[in-house]
Design a protein around this ligand. Structure first.
Ligand SMILES: Nc1ncnc2c1ncn2[C@@H]1O[C@H](COP(=O)(O)OP(=O)(O)OP(=O)(O)O)[C@@H](O)[C@H]1O
Length: 156
C-alpha cells in the first residue's frame, strides 16, 4: 500500500514537472515569435536612418544643380502666370528698378521672381544682362540659384 502511494505521488510529481516544462517551452516559443514578428514588421512611422536622409538630400541637391546648370528661358506670359499677373500682394521686396514676387513652382516649391522695371536705355539693359550672367555662373549655398529668366518682354 505504501509503495502504491509512493508510486502515485512520484507519478504526480513527474506529471507536474512535465506539464511545467511544456508550459515554459510554449511561453518561450510565443515570446520569441512575437519579438521576431515585431522586428520583421515594416517601420512606417520611423524616419529613415540618417545615412538615407543624407543620400536623399544629396540626390535632391544633384537634381537642383542640374536645373541650375541651364536656367530656362521663359516666355513673358510664363512670368505673368508665375506672378499671378504681377499681383501686388505677392511682392516681397523692391529694388531700385525692380519688384520681387513670391511665386510657387508646380511642385509647390517657393521661388523669387525679380521683375525689372523697363525704362529703356542701353545702360539698364547692360546691367540686367550682367546680373543675369553673374547669377548664371555663381554657385554658393548662400546665393540664390538662377532657375530661369526672361528677356523677351516686348517681343510678344
Ligand atoms: N530671393 C529672394 N528671396 C526673398 N526676397 C528677395 C529675394 N531677392 C530679392 N528679394 C527682396 O527684394 C529686394 C530687392 O531685390 P534686390 O536686392 O535683388 O534688388 P536690388 O539689387 O537692390 O535692386 P535693382 O536690381 O532693382 O537695382 C531685396 O531687398 C529683398 O527684400
Amino acid at each position: 500500500m505504501d509503495v502504491a502511494v509512493a508510486l502515485s505521488l512520484l507519478f504526480c510529481c513527474v506529471l507536474l514537472l512535465a506539464s511545467g516544462a511544456i508550459a515554459f517551452l510554449l511561453i518561450r516559443h510565443f515570446l520569441a515569435s512575437g519579438a521576431e514578428a515585431r522586428a520583421a514588421a515594416p517601420r512606417h512611422r520611423q524616419p529613415p536612418p540618417a545615412a538615407n536622409q543624407q543620400q536623399q538630400r544629396a540626390a535632391s541637391i544633384a537634381v537642383k544643380k542640374e536645373e541650375e546648370e541651364a536656367p530656362r528661358r521663359l516666355a513673358w506670359r510664363e512670368v505673368e502666370a508665375l506672378t499671378g499677373g504681377f499681383d501686388e500682394s505677392a511682392v516681397v521686396g523692391r529694388g531700385g528698378s525692380s519688384a520681387v514676387y513670391l511665386a510657387r513652382l508646380l511642385d509647390g516649391s517657393p521661388v523669387a521672381v525679380k521683375v525689372h522695371r523697363w525704362c529703356g536705355g542701353e545702360r539698364r539693359l547692360r546691367a540686367f544682362r550682367q546680373e543675369l550672367d553673374l547669377l548664371r555662373r555663381l554657385r554658393h549655398p548662400n546665393i540664390v540659384a538662377l532657375l530661369a529668366y526672361s528677356d523677351d518682354h516686348g517681343a510678344n
